[in-house]
Design a protein around this ligand. Structure first.
Ligand SMILES: Nc1nc2c(c(=O)[nH]1)N[C@H]1C(S)=C(S)[C@@H](COP(=O)(O)OP(=O)(O)OC[C@H]3O[C@@H](n4cnc5c(N)ncnc54)[C@H](O)[C@@H]3O)O[C@H]1N2
Ligand code: MOO
Length: 430
């Protein structure tokens, strides 16, 4: 960061932006581009995090960075599927119980006709077994059982490899380690898994009027609620929040130093606010003066139009607008795909069509994103537009907000019963 005051930097910004950044027909900074283009550009600069080994339980929810194959058949040998009696072929319906196995015991015998061995569910079977007769299906008298019906060979026997065969792929690289997958790995005795590191994210709120949420604001100041919002959303996406800071009244040089310090430790630095065209807006000059390569500035969406991104070495800077609703929407549209890609996941969230259960009067204008609550009922997905999305601090944050509706540019008012395109977000509880 060069030592520069905001006043020194501002003309650079104005010159660049007023001229629409044309130099010999080539754009220096892409301005007000389509969302998908912005996503592609930023994703092109998102590198997958290095991978490292973690104990199985600590790796839950993380993205596995290796293919893991079954080392042997599961079950490794034939097992009883019922508590009961293992019998051999060719009996006449009456069998002598020659042994009664308890959990964990194995039999050394090989069954002959008219012999039975008592077995437990999941227990290994003796040699010569043709079927397992359930406890409740036989008549037990002393050391003998009677079973007069015909025996279907193989019944109530789990053959070796019934669940997995040696060499079967148990986990594919890029899969989220769910409780179910972890349990299969545990059954193979695997207690270390190689997973991608969490992307480290630093959050910096710009604006001389913004103070930490722990401080008492003076008249004209405002607490940094967006920093907390984004920290929570980053954690929901399995990112590691390394710092949440406010720039406050520091001059641009001091803010630049803080910016650089944060960027040293972070993979992604998200700035909040100061992203519009006001003369006090610091995001563009700050990022430009840091030497970062500005990838784009401005997207054709509402809210969140004043979003930008830059790359500096292998690190990314994402500049989000200060209005809380715009900040939340643009985080989900820009930062979430990046956080996913950096962890080795497919970048985009689930998108589906849902029926709107209420109306939304606002029509026309740019492509618009609306916070909503989506639910799946018998008839399919439905979605409710949450109230209070006009003011900057939205009441929708207090509701069960788990989706964003994507309304195309120039859309008519949404009527109850209309089908809309919905992006499903991670639930707010985690
Ligand atoms: N002349 C123009 N003015 C504005 C335009 C425009 O195109 N031309 N766009 C408007 C839109 S749309 C938005 S969104 C905002 C975003 O601009 P900034 O990113 O520069 O946001 P700020 O001015 O810094 O903040 C706006 C508003 O947001 C609240 N805020 C900011 N930071 C925080 C925080 N950390 N925690 C909580 N709340 C925060 C605060 O109410 C600010 O007043 O610009 C419009 N203006
Ligand atoms: O575009 Mo502002 O960033 O709409 O809310």
């Amino acid at each position: 960061m060069k030592n520069a005051k905001l006043a020194d930097i501002r003309p650079v910004l104005l010159v660049n932006r007023q001229k629409s950044n044309m130099r010999g027909g080539e754009s220096l900074v892409l301005e007000n581009i389509e969302l998908e283009k912005a996503q592609d550009i930023i994703l092109d600069h998102a590198r997958v995090m290095p991978a490292g080994s973690l104990p199985l339980l600590q790796a839950l929810g993380r993205i596995v960075a290796e293919d893991i194959a079954a080392e042997h058949d599961m079950p490794p040998c034939a097992q009883a599927a019922m508590d009961g009696y293992a019998v051999a072929e060719g009996g006449d319906g009456v069998y002598k119980v020659i042994e009664r196995l308890r959990p964990g015991e194995i039999s050394a015998v090989s069954l002959s006709a008219n012999q039975a061995v008592g077995v437990v569910t999941g227990g290994p079977l003796p040699g010569g077994v043709v079927a397992v007769l359930p406890e409740e299906a036989v008549e037990l008298k002393g050391d003998f059982i009677t079973y007069r019906k015909s025996i279907e060979p193989g019944s109530n026997i789990k053959p070796p490899g019934e669940n997995f065969l040696k060499g079967d792929l148990l986990v594919r690289k890029g899969t989220c380690l769910s409780a179910g997958i972890a349990s299969v790995l545990a059954s193979y005795g695997i207690d270390e898994v190689i997973v991608y590191r969490k992307p480290r994210v630093a959050i910096l709120s710009l604006g001389a009027d913004i103070v930490s949420h722990r401080e008492i604001p003076m008249t004209g100041q405002m607490r940094d609620s967006n920093g907390v919002l984004l920290a929570g959303l980053v954690m929901q996406e399995q990112g590691e929040v390394i710092d949440v800071r406010v720039a406050g009244v520091d001059n641009i040089t001091q803010i630049g130093e803080l910016f650089e310090k944060l960027l040293e430790r972070a993979d992604i630095l998200i700035t909040i606010g100061g992203a519009a065209y006001g003369v006090c807006d610091q995001a563009f000059p700050l990022i430009e003066q840091s030497g970062a390569d500005i990838l784009f500035w401005g997207i054709q969406i509402k809210p969140g139009s004043h979003s930008g991104a830059a790359a500096i070495g292998e690190k990314l800077v994402i500049s989000l607008p200060g209005s809380p609703l715009a900040c939340a929407v643009s985080f989900n549209l820009l930062a979430v795909p990046v956080l996913r890609a950096m962890q080795g996941l497919a970048p985009h969230q689930v998108r589906l069509s849902a029926i709107c259960t209420n109306a939304f009067g606002k029509k026309g204008g740019p492509r618009r994103f609306v916070l909503a609550n989506a639910a799946c009922a018998h008839a399919g997905w439905n979605v409710k537009i949450l109230p209070g999305q006009k003011s900057s601090m939205t009441r929708a944050f207090l509701s069960d907000w788990n989706a964003i509706i994507d309304l195309p540019a120039g859309h008519p008012p949404v009527e109850k019963g209309d089908a809309v395109s919905v992006i499903l977000l991670k639930p707010a509880y985690f």
